[in-house]
Design a protein around this ligand. Structure first.
Ligand code: GYE
Length: 327
């Protein structure tokens, strides 16, 4: 009885071995990789486009057997739980878009202990955790902030009485909020712009919060004498535009506005003259991400950070660019 069972296992293993060799597959002995993706949420057009891009790329890629997708609803606890489930399910690679930068050490260590490589998509984690993930594919948020800062310096260089600025920050503690702020003020300070940051609050990257924070700004400071609103994404900028209009002011004219992302809705607001500068953030890196996932699983060496390509757009370019926008 015992002998028979062992013989059965032997034959099975032999068969499996033969099929794995003869199958010409990706070499993992199966029909492709199982990938777990813990996404931030669905807070913006950028995010939805990013989710669509990753899902479509996984679907179209023969090297990927399955993408297990979890929407973290902008809550770190949900993302941590998703990563733990991926570990239990023994996925081949974990892709994490961390909602905030801190608080990942334990769960990343658990993935490492389980021998599952982690790829960061889009957002990053704090430098202390650098050894606990293999690579990050996403935007250079500091550079995006610098681009916004550069335009501000050029636009307001001759503003004799100083440039008065309002800032709508993204999710508190998130990499894009931290870095878009840092890059922006780094340039203003380096170029010696005479400015005052009148107020700066988080709108959590949503239109709803962007609007309500802008309403508070209007009540607290008024809008007379405010030169610029720097919104860390389209949704918050679009929400703020509504609040500015409801307060009886003309967005894009009475107050100049910068947004980051560059959705079709953002460009449309630009075409309508309601905002003045768009720093592009590109969510369509799904296919590139699948390449990275396959490389990482195969143990190939990859760069620690791969930035995606991004541009900037001034008012005279909004109309021509609008039809090209993919999200
Ligand atoms: O700019 C914003 C989204 O992490 C780059 O997240 C992303 C940001 C994007 O909510 O719209």
């Amino acid at each position: 009885m015992l002998k028979k069972t062992l013989a059965g296992i032997g034959a099975g293993a032999l068969l499996f071995g033969l099929s794995a060799c003869g199958g010409g597959d990706d070499g993992d002995g199966g029909d492709g990789l199982i990938v777990g993706f813990a996404q931030v949420g669905a807070e913006s057009a950028w995010r939805t486009a990013n989710t669509d891009s990753v899902k479509a790329a996984a679907e179209a890629d023969d090297r990927i057997a399955e993408l297990k997708f979890v929407d973290g609803q902008q809550e770190q606890d949900r993302q941590i739980e998703a990563v733990r489930n991926f570990i239990t399910q023994q996925v081949d690679v974990i892709v994490l878009a961390p909602v905030v930068e801190t608080g990942w050490t334990d769960v990343l260590q658990e993935a490492e202990d389980a021998g599952i490589p982690v790829v960061l998509a889009d957002r990053g984690v704090e430098a202390a955790d650098e050894d606990l993930y293999v690579t990050r594919l996403g935007s250079d948020f500091t550079e995006e902030g610098r681009k916004a800062g550069q335009w501000t310096v050029e636009t307001f260089a001759d503003d004799a009485d100083g440039t008065r600025i309002l800032e709508l920050q993204g999710t508190t503690g998130s990499a894009p909020a931290n870095d878009r702020k840092t890059g922006f003020f780094e340039v203003l300070d380096a170029e010696g712009l005479d400015y005052e940051l009148v107020d700066s609050q988080s709108g959590d990257f949503t239109a709803e919060n962007g609007k309500s924070v802008m309403e508070t700004f209007v009540t607290t400071h008024g809008l007379d004498g405010i030169d610029l609103l720097y919104a860390h994404n389209d949704e918050m900028g679009l929400g703020a535009i509504q609040a500015i209009e409801e307060a009886g002011f003309e967005p894009g004219v009475d107050i100049q506005i910068i947004i980051v992302d560059g959705s079709a809705a953002g460009f449309q607001a630009g075409v309508d003259g309601k905002l003045n500068y768009i720093v592009e953030c590109n969510p369509a890196f799904g296919a590139q991400l699948m390449d990275v996932v396959v490389q990482v699983e195969a143990g190939e060496s990859v760069e620690k950070f791969t930035p995606v390509e991004e541009g900037v757009f001034t008012a005279d370019q909004f109309e021509a660019e609008l039809p090209n926008r993919q999200f």
